[in-house]
Design a protein around this ligand. Sequence first.
Ligand SMILES: [Zn+2]
Length: 417
Amino acid sequence: MNTFTVIFLFALIVSYSIQFWLSMRQSDYVMKHRDAVPDAFKDKVSLEAHQKAADYTIDKGKLGRIDSLIGLVFLLLITLGGGIEYAFNLWSGFELSTMLTGLGAVATIILFMTLVEVPTHVYQTFVIEEKYGFNKSTPQQFIKDQLLQLGLMLAIGLPILALILWVMDSIGSLWWLWAWAILISFSLLMSWLFPTVIAPLFNKFTPMEDGSLKQRIQGLLARCGFNSQGIFIMDGSKRSGHGNAYFTGLGNNKRIVFFDTLVNSLEEEELEAVLAHELGHFKCRHVIKMLVASSIMSLISLAILGWLIDKPWFFSGLGVSEASNAAALLLFTLVSPVFTPFMQPISAYFQRKFEFEADDFAAANARADKMISGLVKLYEENASTLTPDPLYSAFHYSHPPAAIRIAHLETKLAANG
Ligand SMILES: [Zn+2]
């Protein structure tokens, strides 16, 4: 225990209280507006669907608060409670090299973190999603997914961690610059490999069949001057009733992916508008901007860690008596979110700005009225609330609240005649 412990505890209480307070506000606000569909949606959404969205939002909020309380207790247990210290002592007992001891201890902590999250995931999937008719996953599928995720995380994460630990050991005080270069190259490589190597481990991707929808989409792509490595339908319905569409990949390895659930629920012109929105993200360089922003953030973070790593108070203040590179990386990764709750609303603000730009692009290159009707269907089918708390949504929402987003599209509609 030292001054840093006190600062850490203070930051932890502040960031947890902010999250809890916002989540309570959201639930209260949604509850207050549960009895009536907002005017803008009166003739589009039924009261029944509106109330389902309200109940779903409130149930998820409750689970979210319990989950973050579990996360808080777990973080305290592994830091000040001695969990990380214990993991390192345990692995030291095997008298392996410093690197293997570090890797073993980090893998142990990751394993426990995964286990602690399991009850929340089970409850989310088999109680909440089930209750609202979204869950399509079987227990077998669920277990397979969890094991696959953990296996991938260890299989990909541990070699990268080993490389970074090696750099930290052999390069000297500027190790963090090298570690940054490794992380950036690695994340670019992963984005490039994701559509063809990682995603197919979890889902089946079928090229879209020839027909009017495909023609319409190819027409849109040609109009916007966009090249991709194909249009695919993903079997999202094997796990959940939620629908979505997205782009993945980098450079010439880009793919357009529609969830089968989305294709089944939207009309062709609505799908075209939704895709035009996604194209807008590429055309407005949002992906590159986000990549640059996150690269700068990770450079700053690593520079801070480069400074912290030879401060004994950083380790002792967080319950670890013996300084090591692996412990420093682990502590920093676990603890830095506690000190940066203000990053969330800043990044959400820019994401919402990008959403408006992508909507403008969609309105210019497809039909704005179909974008609106498609969005309303998506809100309804995903049971997303139409009445979020303004402060909660400003803090957390990566998309503008439904009413604001649709009002914005309506101005485009009026402008385009
Ligand atoms: Zn978007």
